[in-house]
Design a binder for this molecule. Structure first.
Ligand SMILES: Cc1cc2nc3c(=O)[nH]c(=O)nc-3n(C[C@H](O)[C@H](O)[C@H](O)COP(=O)(O)O)c2cc1C
Ligand code: SF4
Length: 389
């Protein structure tokens, strides 16, 4: 457990450090990272998509298979194992959340399995999770946390959920201007829209909560995207945020579940080394300008020009709508599961490396999560002697 100069915040009667580790797929945040963060008294998040890639026996059973039912079944087994291991590492501290993207085909099964396997919270983004209260009705102790980007989206979701007598247990507000991975804006042209700026979203959302008669403590607001300095945490908590969520800085921590080569690509990328593009899921995304991505972007217009429906590359149809499989010309024309799996293993030539746009708290150094959390919450700069890698 760690102390914080800021007050803890409450989710479902549990007091947590005001820092959250965001879910990162494929396999970038699994049990090791989520468990280490929770052990400190914070919320750690397992990304649920294609977790079999961390389990040699499950990959041996499905690596070459195109049997969708089999791949989906082993991915549920992998998710259960990861939740159990993360909870054991956490030792009863903090919270273990599971991130499920609304856009993935297995969304309802991943939600159900997470609840059954003992997840403390579900964090759902990449689409509006209007049906989450119904899907989890038998598990009222599991906290529900949607990821949204502006006050308009928050108002829409709150009003729909309130008609079913349910409130979220927290909301993640992710700014697409800085965040990594899939972004909550309709396209790349609108990423810098002022409606996503934290001061504006916080102010408008706090006004909305007052209008709807929801107490501020009942619905903690967690801001995410580009946060890398202690002073930013102080400012945002001063503006009404209950906690901050970080992705990229946790991905490159010692306990991050991806290969060391993955972390090196993110650590070495400077401010001009990220790019936004359309993902196969039909959402804008941000990643490092690696050789594979730049090569793909050179050919994107041509590929989009001849887009047509085809079989899923991997055979498990991970996405409900896939630009590549379904021949949707406006979306990305590649198999995102394959490219993210290359990145997880540190394959710098073929991988797709999601990364936020901003600098990292410790520059190019890889450090343990304890030092990251202590720096972000308390401003404690670790001694150079403990610098790793
Ligand atoms: C490698 C990587 C993978 C990510 N994958 C997911 C994901 O599967 N689902 C999700 O909701 N967010 C995902 N994110 C976003 C993070 O959870 C987090 O909200 C975001 O990275 C915050 O911005 P930051 O990276 O600037 O801290 C990912 C981020 C990274 C760096
Ligand atoms: S082709 Fe599309 S649906 Fe199939 S695994 Fe790849 S990204 Fe998923």
């Amino acid at each position: 457990m760690l102390l914080s100069v800021f007050e803890r915040f409450k989710i479902k009667d549990r007091l947590l450090l005001p820092i959250v580790q965001g879910g990162m797929g494929v396999g970038v945040s699994a049990h090791r990272l989520a468990g280490a963060v929770a052990r400190l008294g914070a919320m750690g998040t397992i990304a649920s998509v294609d977790l079999r890639r961390h389990h040699a026996d499950l990959m041996a059973a499905t690596g070459r298979s195109r049997d969708r039912a089999l791949i989906e079944a082993v991915n549920l087994t992998a998710l259960e194992r990861e939740i159990v291991q993360a909870k054991a590492l956490a030792g009863g501290h903090g919270m273990i959340a599971v991130n499920v993207m609304r856009a993935v085909s297995q969304y309802p099964d991943l939600v159900r399995k997470s609840c059954e396997a003992g997840a403390d919270a579900l964090v759902v983004g990449a689409g509006l999770p209007l049906d989450l209260p119904e899907l989890t009705a038998e598990h009222p102790h599991v906290a529900l946390i949607p990821v949204l980007s502006d006050a308009r989206g928050i108002a829409l979701l709150l009003k729909k959920w309130m008609r079913r007598q349910r409130l979220p247990d927290a909301i993640v507000i992710e700014n697409p201007r800085y965040a990594a991975g899939h972004l909550g804006a309709p396209d790349s042209a609108t990423l810098n829209d002022p409606r996503y700026a934290f001061p504006r979203v916080l102010e408008e959302t706090l006004a909305l909560l007052r209008e709807l008669g929801i107490e501020r403590e009942r619905l903690p607001l967690i801001v995410a995207g580009g946060l890398h300095q202690h002073a930013q945490v102080r400012d945002l908590i001063g503006q009404g945020a209950s906690a901050v969520q970080l992705g990229t800085p946790f991905a490159v921590s010692t306990e991050g579940d991806a290969d060391a080569g993955f972390k090196r690509v993110l650590l070495d990328a400077g401010p001009d080394d990220t790019v936004t593009f359309m993902s196969a899921a039909g959402l804008p995304a941000r990643a490092v300008r690696t050789p594979w991505l730049m090569n793909y972007l050179d050919k994107e217009a041509k590929l989009q020009g001849k887009a047509k429906a085809k079989d899923c590359t991997v055979g498990f149809d991970c996405l409900q709508q896939c630009g590549w499989r379904d021949g949707l010309a406006k979306a990305g024309q590649f198999c995102i599961d394959t490219q993210l799996a290359f990145a997880l293993k540190g394959d710098t030539k073929r991988g797709l490396f999601f990364r936020g746009s901003e600098a990292l708290p410790f520059g190019r150094a890889m450090r343990p999560v304890r030092e990251l959390v202590d720096y972000m919450l308390n401003g404690v700069v670790p001694a150079p002697a403990s610098a790793a890698a």
